[in-house]
Design a protein around this ligand. Sequence first.
Ligand code: KIV
Ligand code: ZN
Length: 536
Amino acid sequence: MKQDAKDRVIIFDTTLRDGEQCPGASMGMSEKLQVAQQLARLRVDVIEAGFPIASPGDFEGVRAVAEQVKGPRIAGLARCIEKDILAAAEAVAPAGKRARIHVFLATSAIHRQFKLRKAKQEIVRQAVAGVELARSFVKDVQFSPEDAARTEPEFLAEVCRAVIAAGATTVNIPDTVGYAVPSEFADLISYLFDHVPELADVTVHVHCHNDLGMAVANSLAAVQAGARGIECTINGLGERAGNCSLEEVVMALRTRGDAFGGLWTGIETTELYRASRMVSQLTGMVVQRNKAVVGANAFAHESGIHQDGMLKERTTYEIMKPEDIGLTGTDLVLGKHSGRHAFRERIRAMGFRLTDVELERAFESFIELADKKKSVYDDDLIAIVQEQISEVPKVYLLDYLNVTTGTDTVPTATVRLKKDGSIYQDAACGDGPVDAAFKTIERITEEPGKVLDFSIQSVTKGKDAIGEVSLQVEYEQGTVAGKGSSTDIVEASAKAYLNSLNRYLFSRDQSDTTSAPPPKKRAAATKKRPAARKRK
Ligand code: KIV
Ligand code: ZN
């Protein structure tokens, strides 16, 4: 089908901003950079790199992406507040002509009355002032009327008209709480085009949340009604139930362009699978097996009838080819005799950019793993690389783990942890070997954590496959994800627990240096192990 420029749908990726707002999914700077580089290889049009005023870490993350990532436009989010806009302007500045400031202000009656306590005309004034200030720094300014889907259409039209007159070049219509349904959302977009002719001179985006599972459907309905930008995230990551999933919306347009009047995107779809794996690994957010497009079962055909059909003609049961999303089925690349060069090339081909030191450490872990298991797959390598690029200091390191368990035995774990060159050890019983290991770690570290979610997945095939444990752990000041992998699942669990604890300590220390923490928090942070359990 011929691709007409007017039918091109802009893909605005907000994995690093809205995606990162997902509880427990926060990323460090080097992790954000890896994701941003992968988004550039995916050829997204815009990367929303963060919310610079939110924290120094967010600011530095946006700035680093603006400095180092070439290709897409780089956006920074700001409320219509001077200090936010100044921070966003400074953070995106290194992107030069590709810099965008994205300002937002809620417009719905419910937000006006209860959150902002502002009348309609004050909202219009503040939105206009925000856009004008942003325009004094960059030519590319996006405005979002937050909760647009629940805003009175006449007032929404008035706000759109005012922000365009003030200089907004993109107007984004968010369904902030995932309340819309496709027909109604499409009607709202049509209404706006009918009542605000100025919209023809700017780009209209939509930003849909997935609270009712309709983010992708609503986004597609909106582009059919005339919007030309979709805001989305890898794996649909985001606040609450998440955002519109990038891979789903892109593959829907690619596979069913005929049903969408020839709409298309510039996305390099063969990078989708890699992007999905990378984001899942770096955030600790597991992709459900039956997730559309990138789930482990998306191209698996189980029943005999389906397999028979597939063997005769793939298209009987396959509407997309695995190769289209970058699943080649030939990721078995390395073994224990592979050299450094082959290893480095494979890591590069998978989209990671490591420093020489990181590469060397990753290579050592690879050799260690290749000694334990014959075949090393791409997913094994991602697990190795992730350990290297994470800037979260390994405050606690697993030095030794021994568990005894069985049908007639009380499960008991002995754990030795390393911290600042010292060794701490303890033992505890639990309901099972994993519980015993967690309890022992808690005894040693004295950081109480409640495991809210535990899942284990086999990263690759075979009996010697790496098991990858993903956890969500609730600590005193927040919930943090953790991941650990090993060919031994109890060890993988202990590593995942320590990973979440190290991440928690890292973010707590960061907020300690940027804001005044409650006194209780400081006391907990300086608590030490009783000397009795310490061994040199
Ligand atoms: O959901 C939302 O409304 C947002 C805006 C900041 C665009 O994320
Ligand atoms: Zn959002």
